[in-house]
Design a binder for this molecule. Structure first.
Ligand code: NDP
Length: 295
C-alpha cells in the first residue's frame, strides 16, 4: 500500500460541495479540526452558519474546487453529482474527489471513470453515521477507488470518523454501505411488523420494545454462525432447521390476517421458505437462504 507524503491533518485545505444535513456536519467537522474549509451549496443560504464558523463561501462549484486539492461531495443523489461533474468539466483536473453521496456500485464506477477522464482522482465513500454522529467515536466511512489518493488524504478524512478501506474497485464502498443498510432495513421491517401485530391487542409499543430489543440482540448472536456456514457451504444445522421455520411460518401469516395486519412485508419470506423445502433443503439452517438468494 503506497502512501504519498501528506500535509499535516489540520493544515490541509478541504472543499465541501453540498451542505444538506450531512454535508453541513462534514464541513463543520473539518472546521472544528482546524482545516481551512471552502463550502458551496446550490442554495447559497445554507452556507451562512458555516461561514459564521470560519468557512469560506464559494460563489460557484468551480471556485470551490479551485480552493483545495481535496474536494468532498455530499449531494442528495449521484444523479446530482453526475450533473455537477458536467458543470465542473476539466476544472477538477489534478484534484481528489471524495464522493460521500449515497449511491450504487455502478454509479460509483461510472463517476470514477468520468472523474478520471477529467484528470481527477476519485474515491467513493459510504457514511455509516447520521449527521449528529460525525466526528464522534461511533462514526465511520467506507472508502474505495483510487488508493493512493485515499492514503494521501486519509489524515484529513479521518476527522469525520473511522476510515475503512474496501478496495480499488470504486463500487465497493457503496456495496459495503448498502449491505449494512440492508441488514438495518431488514431488522426494522421485523420491528415494524411486530409492533403492528401487538398493537392490535392494545399492547403499547414502548412496553413491547422492552421485550423486542433484548430478543433481537440475543438473536444477532447467531449471525457469526450463519456467516461461517455461508463461507464453508456447510448448511446442515442442529439449531433450527428450515423445516421447523417452514412449519411455523403459516402461523405468522394467518395471525397477521386474523388480526388485521398486512402480510405484504412477510409473504416473500414464505415464498422463499416454500422453495427451500421444494428444493430439498429442509434439514439446512437459515444460511442456505443466502445461497438461494444469490443464485
Ligand atoms: P439533505 O436533503 O439534507 O441535503 C441534500 C443536499 O443535496 C443539499 O445540499 C441540496 O442542495 C443538494 N442537492 C439536491 N439536489 C441537488 C442538485 N440537483 N444539484 C446540486 N445540489 C443538490 O440530505 P443529507 O445531507 O442528509 O444527505 C446527503 C447525502 O448523504 C445523501 O446521499 C444521503 O443518503 C447521505 N447520507 C445521509 C445520512 C443522514 O443521516 N442524513 C446518513 C448517511 C448518508 P439544496 O440545499 O440546494 O437543496
Amino acid at each position: 500500500m503506497s502512501a504519498t507524503a501528506s500535509p499535516s491533518a489540520a493544515s490541509a485545505p478541504v472543499s465541501v460541495l453540498g451542505l444538506g444535513m450531512m454535508g453541513t456536519a462534514l464541513a463543520a467537522a473539518f472546521l472544528n479540526a482546524g482545516h481551512p474549509v471552502t463550502v458551496w451549496n446550490r442554495s447559497p443560504a445554507r452556507t451562512g452558519p458555516l461561514v459564521a464558523q470560519g468557512a469560506l463561501p464559494a460563489d460557484t462549484p468551480r471556485d470551490a474546487v479551485a480552493a483545495s486539492p481535496l474536494v468532498v461531495l455530499c449531494l442528495l443523489t449521484n444523479d446530482n453529482v453526475d450533473a455537477l461533474f458536467t458543470a465542473l468539466g476539466d476544472s477538477v483536473a489534478g484534484k481528489t474527489l471524495v464522493n460521500l453521496t449515497n449511491g450504487t456500485p455502478e454509479q460509483a464506477r461510472t463517476l470514477s471513470a468520468r472523474a478520471e477522464k477529467f484528470g481527477a482522482r476519485y474515491v467513493d465513500g459510504g457514511i455509516m453515521a447520521v449527521p449528529q454522529m460525525i466526528a464522534g467515536p461511533e462514526a465511520y466511512v467506507f472508502y474505495s477507488g483510487d488508493e493512493e489518493a485515499y492514503e494521501t488524504h486519509r489524515p484529513t478524512l479521518a476527522v469525520l470518523g473511522g476510515t475503512k478501506w474496501t478496495g480499488g474497485d470504486p463500487g465497493l464502498a457503496a456495496l459495503y454501505d448498502l449491505g449494512l443498510l440492508t441488514g438495518m432495513y431488514g431488522m426494522f421491517t421485523g420491528v415494524m411488523q411486530a409492533l403492528a401485530l401487538v398493537r392490535t391487542e392494545n399492547v403499547g409499543a414502548e412496553e413491547y420494545a422492552e421485550l423486542l430489543v433484548p430478543w433481537i440482540t440475543a438473536m444477532l448472536g447467531g449471525v457469526p454462525e450463519i456467516a461461517r456456514a455461508v463461507d464453508s457451504g456447510k448448511h446442515l444445522t442442529d439449531v433450527s432447521s428450515l423445516a421447523v421455520s417452514h412449519a411455523a411460518f403459516p402461523n405468522f401469516l394467518s395471525t397477521f390476517e386474523a388480526q388485521g395486519v398486512s402480510t405484504e412485508l412477510f409473504e416473500p419470506l414464505q415464498v422463499l421458505l416454500d422453495r427451500a423445502i421444494e428444493e430439498g433443503y429442509a434439514a439446512d439452517g437459515m444460511s442456505r437462504l443466502v445461497e438461494m438468494l444469490t443464485r
